[in-house]
Ligand binder design. Structure first.
Ligand SMILES: *Cc1c(COP(=O)(O)O)cnc(C)c1O
Length: 460
């Protein structure tokens, strides 16, 4: 074994190798040495485990591969053909062109992020979004933070630290990725008092739970599931009325947050932010990158006196939004103000795409796949914790490789995932489906190119 250790090359020996000298043109000496040392250490451990030492050539090659991986960006663009418009794992909302342009400008140089150009004095960054958010929602004031989860934590910490918050048992839900509303709320140092049962909660349940320790009432829009059958829930009006009688603020966590009437697109109703404000919720919070269709953000609108409390809380500093996303969100919100959201914001464009248009694109996609594909009826979903159980009719490209017997859908899906620009489809009943609804039409050229190469490989 000791002879195997002795066979390992020295760091200097590796550094003198031609291929490593090539790497030295791109990477500084200390990075090279550190990576070579790590590689040799791995070899030593392998030998200690009883393996033979790798050849000099293999070692050099593994160093090259490692630098190749490190130097390439791991975050890559891809085609979302899953038919889930707001796919959290695939980055949620693609942004409007104007939002992207605004973000590029904000990223490029300095800006008046916290600076009043008139007086030359410091100014709060919230000011850039406040007037437009108030105009869109009818609220008195607003605050924008990192994401909706931090909005909920900030609001509850500022309003109810070391006190009780009442929530209906049916709304103490998991929001995805293993994150649960009750766990998040506990982080805010407030005590969660759950009332009612999973399927039924009444106004009296809240009423009985209110004590001098109660600091707020929380309503959570059950955004990713539906309870059907024997159910009863308390409306926001009722919760607001209870809050009024007991002088308790009501926090309405809408999850997605919506400015347009979803029923006009053949979807179920999604509560509107303005509606919660009109009904008297003290604070309404929602995500920037779900149905709003902007960059990741947590938007809070509501009564000025409550928002002011949040703005003064130290957690507001810890959860604040950065200049790039602030710029993108502002540009996105302008589209709602101008009544051009459906035309300009990709998420709404996808929701509003007529079936005939999707069918036309699906046929084009299927055409390049020849015998491998046919077009069939299907359903797309909005996703991102909105509109549970509500779907949009779509046309799917079903891909079937008749010459293979086993796991064909999995194999085909993987092949598409590892193409130069990955295409992500969805598998159902061992068939791979591609849904054009969640693919911006500008990406069709890339889709067709990729599918053509994919078909060429399969039919070889
Ligand atoms: C999505 C969602 C959240 C989390 O929002 P992020 O912006 O992803 O942090 C919280 N609550 C509900 C009800 C949601 O749907």
């Amino acid at each position: 074994m000791s002879s195997e250790f002795r066979r390992l090359p020295s760091v200097d020996h590796i550094l003198a190798e031609e291929r490593i000298k090539e790497l030295a043109k791109d990477y500084p000496h200390n990075q090279l040495v550190s990576l070579i040392r790590q590689c040799l250490e791995r070899e030593r451990l392998a030998i200690a485990d009883g393996e033979l030492s790798a050849s000099f050539d293999k070692i050099v090659e593994s160093i090259q591969v490692k630098f190749d991986q490190l130097g390439h960006l791991s975050l890559r663009p891809l085609i979302n053909a899953t038919g889930v418009i707001l796919h959290t794992n695939l980055g949620r909302a693609p942004l409007a062109r104007e939002a992207i342009a605004a973000m590029e400008i904000a990223a490029q140089g300095y800006c008046n992020l916290e600076f009043n150009l008139d007086s030359g004095a410091r100014a709060p960054r919230d000011a850039h979004l406040e007037s437009i958010l108030c105009q869109l929602t009818g609220a008195e004031a607003s605050l924008v933070v990192n994401n909706n989860t931090s909005a909920v934590i900030l609001a509850l910490t500022a309003l109810a630290w070391k006190k009780d918050v009442i929530i209906s048992r049916g709304e103490a839900v998991e929001i995805g990725g293993g994150f649960r509303i009750p766990d998040i709320i506990r982080q805010s140092g407030t005590k969660l008092v759950e009332v009612g049962t999973t399927n039924c909660t009444y106004g009296a349940d809240y009423e009985q739970a209110i004590t001098p320790r109660t600091a707020a009432l929380l309503r959570v829009h059950s955004s990713n599931f539906r309870v059907i059958g024997f159910t009863h829930s308390v409306t926001l009006e009722e919760v607001v009325e209870l809050g009024r009688r007991h002088t308790l603020p009501v926090l309405d966590n809408l999850g997605s947050g919506c400015f347009l009437d979803t029923t006009t697109f053949g979807l179920g109703p999604e509560p509107l932010v303005a509606q919660s404000v009109v009904l008297g919720a003290g604070l309404v919070c929602f995500s920037g990158d779900k149905l709003v269709g902007g960059p990741q953000a947590g938007i809070i609108v509501g009564k000025k006196q409550l928002i002011d409390k949040l703005k003064k809380h130290p957690l507001a500093r810890a959860t604040r939004i950065d200049k790039v996303r602030l710029a993108g969100l502002a540009a996105t919100l302008v589209h709602y103000l101008k009544g051009e959201a459906v035309k300009k914001i990709p998420v709404w464009g996808m929701i509003a795409t007529p079936l005939v248009e999707i069918e036309r694109r699906a046929k084009k996609w299927a055409e390049v796949l020849g015998n491998l594909a046919h077009v069939t009826d299907g359903e797309s979903v909005v996703g991102g914790g909105s509109l549970p159980g509500s779907t949009l009719p779509t046309k799917l490209v079903a891909i079937i490789d008749k010459r293979q017997r086993r796991n064909t859908a999995q194999t085909l899906a993987r092949r598409l995932r590892i193409s130069k620009i990955p295409i992500i489809g969805r598998i159902s009943g061992d068939i791979l489906f591609l849904d054009p609804r969640s693919v911006p039409p500008e990406e069709d050229k890339v889709v067709l190119e990729t599918l053509r190469e994919f078909a060429a490989i399969l039919l070889k």
